[in-house]
Design a protein around this ligand. Structure first.
Ligand SMILES: [Zn+2]
Length: 122
């Protein structure tokens, strides 16, 4: 994604949102872990958890955590992984421009394609 004007404190530039998926076939978590990198800036700038299903799906999966369904469906910064000073701005960009209906559908498709490749020889 190319950003033409600054968002918050985020410098204008080119940012890549890299998707990762769970490789446990016994787990159908329907979430993605996203790390954000930028052209010309070293390291991981943000680590985001996001799920494209409705909140009720995650509520059934995680009845022990009241906040998880909302955090997952809105997108949230992962507390265990690397963040930068720009992480809150990148999360806002993700929530307002990347996590739309078209991309939710795309993420869901990528998840299904990824899961189909698990366990198969390359
Ligand atoms: Zn999983």
């Amino acid at each position: 994604m190319k950003l033409l004007s600054p968002v918050g404190r985020l410098p204008a530039g080119e940012y890549a949102f890299m998707e990762f998926y769970c490789n446990d076939l016994t787990c159908d978590c329907r979430r993605t872990f996203i790390q954000v990198i930028a052209n010309g800036q070293p390291g991981i700038l943000a680590s985001i958890n996001f799920g494209w299903e409705k909140a009720g799906f995650y509520r059934r999966k995680m009845p022990f955590d009241r906040n998880a369904p909302r955090e997952i469906t809105l997108g949230s910064l992962d507390p265990l992984n690397r963040q930068s000073e720009f992480a809150p701005d990148l999360l806002l960009m993700f929530q307002t421009t990347v996590a739309d209906a078209t991309n939710c559908s795309r993420l869901s498709q990528h998840y299904q394609i990824f899961r189909k490749t698990l366990g198969k020889p390359f």
